[in-house]
Design a protein around this ligand. Structure first.
Ligand code: NDP
Length: 282
């Protein structure tokens, strides 16, 4: 057979783009599965987003990721949205399906995938710290995965209440807002604790969210969305108490696995992607 020099393209549109390790993770999976595909990491300014999407369409890209600051603005340039992306109101993965560009959100799906290695959220009570983009996505996906009740704890009341009412209004789960103006103690009936604020993210690695570490009892599953560093101060405290922990690197890997499956149909081994990230020594 003649050589095929036309390679399927994927990539990412974000600003900044240089520090995003997703390209390393996805290309490692392409190599592992002998896929001669490419993932092109592009820095795209907000004013250039529409042209970038038009370019991807014109060049027949199979799909792409988008990140800060494009996750909401990109919706205007797409042909449709997946169920959770529509509820969350933000997109981070675009998939070309039957000539249409469909927006999905894998932020929360990646988290639920990582969590499912240690527990099934179905019927569980969750305490979710943070109601930004990550908290919103994780809260909605946990609810769609069957969590019974989600307590949303957030510093700013308006964002926290918005996420709680979104979950209560658009999913079968119960949800309540809980203020965060002093140290929060996790109630004993909470089974899963998720930290989804940016406290502890590199370079602020000494930051610790104001959560009573003694309330993180060993029966709880405790997860942190921060992937750099993978073991935050918060996660170290939970680990020391004997909790089952899930780190943000697993969430990032879970997103990669889902994105790759959307684009190529291959269900990748998460270990291949995790190893690619570990090799970067983040
Ligand atoms: P946003 O800026 O949208 O939201 C930030 C959140 O952190 C808000 O809830 C904000 O509360 C809270 N917050 C920030 N500083 C403080 C503080 N000092 N005290 C209390 N709360 C604070 O960011 P994202 O939601 O997009 O990202 C949050 C984290 O999740 C980041 O660390 C990011 O790296 C991580 N993330 C990880 C992913 C992964 O795959 N592992 C995917 C996506 C995100 P308020 O509303 O009061 O401002």
């Amino acid at each position: 057979m003649a050589e095929n020099f036309l390679l399927p393209l994927t990539g990412s549109f974000a600003q900044p783009a240089a520090e995003n390790p997703t390209v390393a993770m996805i290309e490692a999976a392409f190599r592992h599965y002998d896929l001669d595909w490419r993932y092109i990491n592009c820095e795209v300014v907000p004013e250039g987003l529409g042209d970038a999407v038009k370019g991807a369409r014109a060049m027949g890209w199979r799909g792409f990721n988008c990140s800060i600051p494009h996750k909401v603005a990109i919706i205007d340039h797409l042909d449709g949205l997946g169920e959770s992306a529509e509820i969350i109101g933000a997109v981070n993965t675009i998939v070309a399906r039957d000539g249409k560009l469909i927006g999905e959100n894998t932020d929360g799906k990646g988290f639920v995938k990582a969590l499912s290695d240690v527990t099934d959220p179905s019927g569980k009570t969750v305490m979710l710290f943070g109601a930004g983009g990550a908290g919103r996505a994780v809260g909605v996906e946990l609810a769609l995965a069957g969590a019974a009740k989600i307590l949303v704890v957030n510093r700013s009341r308006n964002r926290g209440e918005a996420v709680a009412s979104l979950i209560a209004g658009r999913t079968p789960a119960k949800a309540e807002y809980h203020p965060w103006d002093q140290t929060v103690s996790v109630p004993s009936d909470v089974e899963i604790v998720v930290h989804a604020t940016s406290q502890g993210l590199y370079p602020n690695v000494d930051q610790m969210p104001d959560i009573d570490p003694d309330s993180l009892t060993s029966d709880k599953v405790v997860a942190d969305g921060i992937h750099n560093p993978p073991k935050t101060r918060f996660l170290k405290a939970a680990d020391a108490n004997g909790c089952t922990i899930v780190d943000g690197l697993s969430m990032l890997v879970g997103q990669g696995v889902i994105g790759l499956e959307y684009w190529t149909g291959i269900e990748a081994d998460p270990e291949v992607m995790r190893q690619a990230l570990a090799d970067l020594d983040l």
